[in-house]
Design a protein around this ligand. Structure first.
Ligand code: S3P
Length: 181
């Protein structure tokens, strides 16, 4: 199962909880990149640039999708890379879930996280406020091409986790795989 959505969507927090409920492994794609490169995401952006980060992200995704019984949280920009979209589409075992919220809510969540956890990783894409809305709008249709979407704004994390698990059970019981049904 793969979770997508913009920064602040809750991919890592909710993904870890869903994995725990399923007894599966949880992998955060950003953390895999940090581990492989021994460098923070912000440092990779600063020294090598975003294009290099996207290549590393693609390699990390290729590796991650080889594993079964895995809940994978993508970085918010992973679907912008066409090769990543193809990898996900070509993997019949992948159920892609989109955690959605309006941009203002997402920014507020990221800011709150930065306040509450000052040691948390810097988000270089979030720092470029002048192009944030443009990025969000560009990505929206890509997120919306996921198999399923859940609006996270008005729901408690527990309810979202339960909804994701219910969607997964529906999927494994042979329900259709159509997009956004
Ligand atoms: C990015 C989102 C980040 C991380 C990198 C780029 C983006 O992941 O991959 O900083 O382009 O939106 P999160 O969505 O987990 O914050």
């Amino acid at each position: 199962m793969v979770l997508t959505g913009f920064m602040g969507a809750g991919k890592s927090t909710l993904g870890a909880r869903v994995a725990q409920e399923l007894g599966w492994r949880f992998v955060d794609l950003d953390e895999e990149i940090v581990r492989a490169e021994q460098q923070s995401i912000a440092d990779i952006f600063d020294t090598a640039g975003e294009a290099s980060f996207r290549k590393l992200e693609n390699i990390a995704l290729t590796m991650a999708l080889k594993q079964d019984r895995l809940v994978l949280a993508l970085g918010g920009g992973a679907l912008e890379t066409e090769a990543n979209r193809r990898l996900l589409a070509d993997d019949p075992a992948t159920l892609l879930l989109y955690l959605a919220a309006p941009l203002e809510i997402l920014i507020a969540r990221c800011e709150q996280q930065a306040r509450l956890q000052p040691q948390a990783a810097r988000r270089p894409v979030l720092e470029k406020r002048e192009v944030l809305r443009e990025r969000f709008l560009r990505r929206k249709p890509l997120y919306e091409s996921a198999h399923w979407m859940i609006e996270t704004t008005a729901q408690e994390p527990d309810a979202i986790v339960q909804a994701v698990l219910a969607r997964w059970r529906e999927h494994t019981s042979g329900a259709s795989f159509a997009h956004n049904e």
